[in-house]
Design a protein around this ligand. Structure first.
Ligand SMILES: Nc1nc2c(ncn2[C@@H]2O[C@H](COP(=O)(O)OP(=O)(O)OP(=O)(O)O)[C@@H](O)[C@H]2O)c(=O)[nH]1
Ligand SMILES: [Mg+2]
Length: 343
């Protein structure tokens, strides 16, 4: 299974102690210890630590530079290294930086050779995703590569033990989004571990991907970061979802307007009408509903009116109130996911 992706970029072409290091979803080095980073560069360049990586492709870069309009990125063939118990696969881009994948010990990175090369080329040269000048662009490039390569591994190569109910390796990808602090991570945690913590304030910066085996099938829940600076990433995670879940904090009316705007922005910019949609009104425990069905129905109508959900061009959608805190309707959410997906 693919564990991490990273990018090492020299700030000054000869200074190895002065690197920009990006990685996803976790750091590859401990801040004060860049031994692993040096080993990776050393291994990629077959022993040379001082020359810029992949000296041999300098020449092709120079040739390509004559055509300044297209400026293609020159991407080397992946090099495999085993460091400790990690399989590391690196490509060099323009003799200036390394992009690497870290796999589990038992994986065979060669299975990923083609997809790694093809995707890097596609994103850098065909779709021109990244100029490497802007940190956000670099992060988005890494996240996209990670998601696509991981998905390839999960679907095509892996027969993970978790997928015992689905020998084909297929799972239902659930894309969970909504503005920050509505309870997305709390819900994911509740479903995965049964646990809940009040004041569990750990805003996501990245997608938190959890696999959850249910009798009806394997779910891969993509819990998104909700803070405004990360919302651009929603589009990356949305790809290939089997169901999307939009979560609202029903107790925080001050942010209804923001939540409504974000929902319709994503909905209108993308053709989502054929993907099953579940809208969750969370934190119902904070509204004094006293388990009174009539009151819940009234509140649901008010929320639907405010958010204008009646304008959805969706045949396959549902609204469910939850309280992750009290576990109210958590089972219902799971059942509704499977009902909507199989409809
Ligand atoms: N009262 C109440 N609080 C909740 C409920 N669900 C979550 N919370 C609290 O709401 C806060 C935010 O929860 P998170 O799960 O981190 O929210 P999030 O949507 O993942 O936030 P981002 O990662 O920033 O997008 C935490 O303090 C939770 O304990 C609920 O059902 N009721
Ligand atoms: Mg979160």
């Amino acid at each position: 299974m693919l564990l991490k992706i990273f990018l090492l970029k020299r700030k000054n072409s000869h200074d190895l102690n002065n690197l920009d290091i990006y990685s996803y979803p976790e750091d590859i080095d401990k801040k004060e210890n860049n031994e692993i980073v040096l080993k990776i560069i050393h291994g990629h360049d077959h022993g040379s630590l001082t020359e810029p990586c992949c000296g041999d492709i300098n020449t092709s870069r120079e040739k390509n530079d004559t055509n300044t309009n297209s400026k293609p990125f020159v991407i080397s063939s992946p090099v495999l290294q085993i460091i400790g118990d990690q399989n590391i696969y690196t490509v060099c881009v323009n003799s200036e930086m390394l992009i690497g994948l870290i796999f589990e010990k038992d994986d065979n990175p060669f299975d990923y050779k083609e997809i790694f090369e093809d995707l890097s080329n596609e994103l850098l040269n065909t779709e021109k995703w990244c100029s490497f000048k802007d940190e956000r662009e670099i992060e988005n490039l890494l996240i996209t590569l990670f998601i696509d390569i991981k998905r390839f591994g999960d679907e095509i190569l892996e027969e993970a033990p978790e997928v015992s109910f689905h020998p084909s390796g297929l799972f239902t990808k659930v894309f969970l989004f909504g503005i920050d602090n509505v309870g997305k991570t709390s819900l994911t945690r509740r479903i995965k571990t049964g646990q809940y913590k009040d004041n569990f304030f750990t805003p996501n910066k990245r997608f938190n991907i959890e696999y959850i085996q249910r009798e009806d099938g394997l779910l891969s829940i993509w819990d998104s970061p909700g803070q405004s600076s990360f919302r651009e990433r929603w589009l990356l995670g949305l790809q290939d979802s089997n169901i999307i879940i939009y979560m609202i904090d029903v107790a925080n009316q001050l942010r209804f307007d923001e939540s409504k705007t974000e929902f319709w922005r994503i909905y209108n910019e993308n053709d989502l009408k054929d993907i099953p949609l579940l809208i969750i009104g969370n934190k119902i425990d904070l509204i004094n509903h006293n388990n009174n069905d009539e009151q819940l129905i009234r509140t649901e109508k008010e929320i639907n009116n405010y958010f204008e959900f009646d304008n959805l061009q969706h045949s396959n959608w549902k609204f469910v109130f939850t309280s992750v805190k009290t576990s109210f309707n958590i089972e219902k959410v799971l059942n509704t996911i499977f009902t909507l997906v199989s409809a």
